[in-house]
Design a protein around this ligand. Sequence first.
Ligand code: FES
Length: 118
Amino acid sequence: MAEKLIFHKIADHPDELAWGDNHIAVAEASGKKICIGRYTDRFFAFAYKCPHAGGVLAQGWIDPLGNVVCPLHRYKFSLENGRNVSGEGYYLKRWPVEWREDGLYVGMETGGWGGIFG
Ligand code: FES
């Protein structure tokens, strides 16, 4: 079932984001701090904090297979689908990203998340 999303513009161009050497930038969408990851010239939006114990994923890194690795305990999450590919059973919240003519947009659910995904 498709969820209702509202797309929020986070930059006029991806180059405007403050990319780290780890190809992760921090952005804000709908008042929420999120991470944007760049992998094989695609962009992925995911939670700022790790679902395990709140590690700051912006300080992690993206492995060669396209997983974001948390800097605290090194659990890995697929950028593609949020799966905890290292097998601990967590799930990383993600949002769709669209690169449109006038900028980069992140789609967020209209209902809000109550902060449970950090
Ligand atoms: S806080 Fe991220 S793996 Fe533990």
